[in-house]
Design a protein around this ligand. Structure first.
Ligand code: SAM
Length: 500
C-alpha cells in the first residue's frame, strides 16, 4: 500500500516538474518514511516511470529521462501530407492490388457481376454480424469472402483513418526518426500499409513494422498487398505478420523497446473475454514498450464500442499506464468514464473504383463506406501528457462534479472539447469533460448567439482545452445530462499547454 501511494505520488509530482527531490514527496504520504527507505522502495521502479535519480547531500534528485528527439515534419513534408488529406483516397497502386487480389482469389475478374454480388452479400453479412450483441457475434475471418468484403468495404476508410492518426502523432512529437512499431490484430495489413504510405511522404524517417494476426485469410491478403505495395529495401520495412492469438502471446518472440504499439479495431473483437482480461493483454504487451513509447488504441465510434474503449483506458490507468490524450484530468483526479461516448471525426474519403462498382445498384448506400469516425486513446508508461493544464481548489472555475448545485446559475468552467458537432445549424452542441463529472456535460450554443468571443467552441479542434466564462447551467432530465448554455455574453478561450 505504502509502495502504491509512493509510486502514484511520484508520478503525480513528476508530471508537473522536470526535476524534484525525493524528500518533497514525504508530506503527501500517509506513512512518512526516511528518504533512504523511500529510495530503496522506488529505485527499481524509476526506469519504468521514465525517471532516474541522483544522490545529492543525503537526498535524491529525481529527474525525467529525456525523450528521444521527436521527428518533426518539415514544411515540405507537411505539404505532401496535406495534399494526401485533400485527395483522401487510397493510392492507386494499392487500389489496383486489392482488385487483382480479389481476381486471383476468386478465379474471375473482380468486377464480374457474380463476384460483385458475392461481395455485396459478404459486406451485408459482416455488418449484420457486427451489430449483433457482443455475445452473438462470430467475426472469425476464416472464409475468403469475409476478408474480400473487408478489403472492399472497411479497408479504404481504416487506411485513411490511420494516416490521420499518424499525422496527429507527428504533430504531437510522438514519432521518432527511427521507430519500431507493432500492430496488433493487423487484418489485411491496414495499419502497416498506411504507415508505409505515410512514411513515403517523409524525407528520412524510418520504421520497422511488426504485426500479429490469427486469421490465415487475412495474412494471405496482407502478404499479397505488402509485396505489391511496399518497396523492398525502402525506409519502411514491413515484416511478415506473425500468426498468433493475442490472448496467448509469447512475449519473448516480440521485439523489445517498441516505440509504438497499435490496437486498431481489434480489442472490441475479443468477445469472449472480460474488460479485465482485455486490459491485462494490453498491460502484458506494454512490457515490450520503450520507456518513452506509446500505445495507440483505436475503436469504432459507435456508442457501445466507444464507451467500452473509454472504460478500458481507465482500467489501464488503474493498472499503471498513464493517459497521454485525448483525456486530461485537469483537476488531478482520475475520472470514472461515465457512459463516456467521445469520438474524433475527419472528412469522408473519396470512393475507390471498387467501391464505386459495388455502389452501382439499387441499395448503393449499403456498400459505400466513406465516413471517418473513431475513438482513440494514447497511453504511456512514463507520465508524458498532451496537456499540462491543471486547476486547483482556489481557481475561479467550477468542477463539473458540482454542477448539480448551480442549476439555473451562471458560472465559469474549464474542460476539454470531447466531440465534433453533435447538434445542427440552429443549435451547436459539443461534449465537454473536465475529468470530474459523473454525468455527461454538453456546451450548447444557439446559432443566433454566436459571437467572435464564443465561437471557439465550434472551431477549436477535438481535444482542445477551453475556458468558458459566464455559461448558464441547465439539467436535461431526458438525457440525464448537464447543458452549459453559451450565449452572446459568454467568453471562451483556449489553452495551449506547454509540452516538455
Ligand atoms: C476489425 S479487424 C481490424 C484490422 C485492422 N487492425 C484495421 O484496423 O483495419 C480485427 C482483426 O483482429 C484480428 N483478431 C481478432 N481477435 C484476435 C485474436 N484473439 N488474436 C489475433 N488476432 C485477432 C481479426 O482476425 C481481424 O483481423
Amino acid at each position: 500500500m505504502a509502495e502504491k501511494q509512493l509510486v502514484s505520488t511520484i508520478k503525480y509530482v513528476a508530471a508537473s516538474k522536470q526535476a524534484f527531490f525525493l524528500s518533497e514527496v514525504i508530506p503527501y504520504l500517509d506513512k512518512p518514511l526516511p528518504v533512504h527507505e523511500l529510495f530503496s522502495i522506488i529505485s527499481p521502479k524509476l526506469p519504468d516511470l521514465g525517471l532516474r535519480a541522483k544522490q545529492i547531500d543525503g537526498d535524491f534528485e529525481i529527474i525525467r529521462i529525456p525523450h528521444a528527439q521527436p521527428y518533426l515534419l518539415s514544411l515540405e513534408e507537411s505539404k505532401r501530407q496535406v495534399a494526401f488529406f485533400s485527395a483522401r483516397i487510397i493510392p492507386d497502386l494499392l487500389a489496383r492490388s486489392i482488385e487483382q487480389y480479389i481476381t486471383k482469389k476468386v478465379g474471375k475478374e473482380w468486377d464480374d457481376p457474380v463476384i460483385i454480388e458475392r461481395l455485396h452479400r459478404a459486406i451485408v453479412a459482416q455488418k449484420d454480424d457486427y451489430w449483433k450483441p457482443a455475445r452473438g457475434r462470430s467475426l472469425q475471418y476464416t472464409k475468403a469472402y469475409s476478408v474480400l468484403g473487408y478489403l472492399a468495404y472497411h479497408f479504404p476508410v481504416y487506411f485513411v483513418q490511420t494516416e490521420y492518426l499518424f499525422m496527429m502523432l507527428a504533430r504531437d512529437g510522438l514519432l521518432k526518426k527511427s521507430m519500431t512499431i507493432l500492430d496488433i490484430g493487423t487484418g489485411p495489413g491496414v495499419v502497416p500499409l498506411a504507415i508505409a504510405d505515410f512514411y513515403a511522404r517523409l524525407d528520412d524517417a524510418r520504421a520497422t513494422v511488426y504485426s500479429l494476426e490469427r486469421s490465415e485469410e487475412h495474412i494471405e491478403a496482407f502478404t499479397y498487398l505488402r509485396n505489391a505495395f511496399v518497396p523492398r529495401g525502402g525506409r519502411v520495412s514491413v515484416k511478415p505478420p506473425v500468426k498468433t492469438d493475442i490472448r496467448m502471446i509469447d512475449l519473448a518472440a516480440l521485439p523489445d523497446k517498441i516505440d509504438l504499439i497499435i490496437f486498431s479495431n481489434v480489442l472490441n473483437e475479443l468477445l469472449d473475454v472480460s474488460m479485465e482480461v482485455r486490459a491485462d493483454i494490453v498491460i502484458q504487451l506494454s512490457e515490450r514498450l520503450a520507456p518513452d513509447g506509446s500505445i495507440l488504441i483505436v475503436e469504432p465510434a459507435d456508442k457501445e464500442n466507444s464507451t467500452r474503449m473509454r472504460s478500458l483506458t481507465i482500467a489501464l490507468l488503474k493498472k499503471g499506464l498513464s493517459i497521454y490524450g485525448p483525456c486530461s484530468f485537469i483537476w488531478g483526479s482520475t475520472c470514472i468514464a461515465p457512459r463516456c461516448w467521445s469520438f474524433e471525426t475527419a472528412p469522408a474519403i473519396k470512393l475507390s473504383r471498387l467501391m464505386e462498382t459495388l455502389a452501382h445498384c439499387e441499395d448503393s448506400y449499403r456498400y459505400v463506406n466513406t465516413d471517418i469516425k473513431y475513438s482513440y486513446a494514447i497511453l504511456r508508461r512514463d507520465m508524458l501528457k498532451r496537456e499540462s493544464y491543471h486547476l486547483s481548489a482556489g481557481s475561479r472555475f467550477l468542477r463539473f462534479s458540482k454542477l448539480h448545485l448551480h442549476v439555473g446559475k451562471r458560472i465559469n468552467v474549464a474542460g476539454i472539447k470531447m466531440s465534433a458537432e453533435l447538434g445542427d445549424v440552429r443549435s451547436h452542441v459539443f461534449k465537454l469533460c473536465d475529468g470530474t463529472a459523473k454525468t455527461s456535460v454538453y456546451a450548447v450554443l444557439p446559432s443566433y448567439h454566436i459571437t467572435p468571443e464564443n465561437d471557439l467552441i465550434t472551431s477549436a479542434p477535438y481535444g482542445s482545452i477551453l475556458e468558458l466564462r459566464n455559461v448558464l447551467v441547465r439539467y436535461n432530465k431526458e438525457h440525464d445530462a448537464y447543458n452549459l448554455l453559451v450565449n452572446r455574453n459568454t467568453h471562451i478561450n483556449t489553452i495551449n499547454s506547454q509540452k516538455n
